[in-house]
Ligand binder design. Structure first.
Ligand code: FEO
Length: 164
């Protein structure tokens, strides 16, 4: 059985994951609107992954006999600027998610909830990868600058992203 404190903290994280999904979906729509279909596809895959993260936590709460409480989603931004600015925002967002997972882990440690600590190790590893993916793309964007041909090549490469 989950303690109320751990349950509340996981429900908050479920909200963060669904918001992440919503944010990346909005970024994807924006990229489509500026004819960057490859960037849009990459962000759609990310949108799907974030939804899976939320459901992973959802299923965990249920499996421990807890109660999932879904919260209202705030509206994400609709304009994101140039690709460099989009991926700066992606990296900043992922850093926030890493911080919230860390906070959640600390709650589970304080409550001596070992199964939750174990479950969260998957998320801790995932965040390392999520930040690295965003950093790699951001570094490439810094290299190519505003060069249209390079951006088109990146767009094509990002459009090849498949689901894990
Ligand atoms: Fe589910 Fe990108 O954190």
């Amino acid at each position: 059985m989950l303690s109320q404190t751990v349950q509340d903290a996981i429900n908050t994280q479920i909200h963060h994951e669904f918001y992440s999904s919503y944010l990346y979906l909005s970024m994807s729509a924006y990229c489509d609107s500026i004819n960057l279909g490859g960037f849009a596809k990459w962000l759609r895959v990310q949108n799907g992954e974030e939804g899976e993260h939320a459901i992973k936590l959802f299923n965990y709460v249920t499996s421990r006999g807890g109660k999932v409480v879904l919260q209202a989603l705030e509206q994400p931004p609709v304009e994101f600027g140039k690709p460099l600015e989009i991926f700066t925002a992606v990296l900043e967002h992922e850093k926030k998610i890493t911080a919230s997972i860390t906070k959640l882990y600390e709650v589970a440690v304080k409550e001596a909830d070992y199964p939750t600590q174990f479950m969260l190790q998957w998320f801790i590893t995932e965040q390392v990868e999520e930040e690295k993916n965003a950093m790699d793309i951001l570094e490439q964007l810094k290299m190519v600058g505003d060069a249209p041909v390079s951006l088109m090549m990146m767009d094509r490469a990002l459009g090849m992203r498949a689901r894990k």
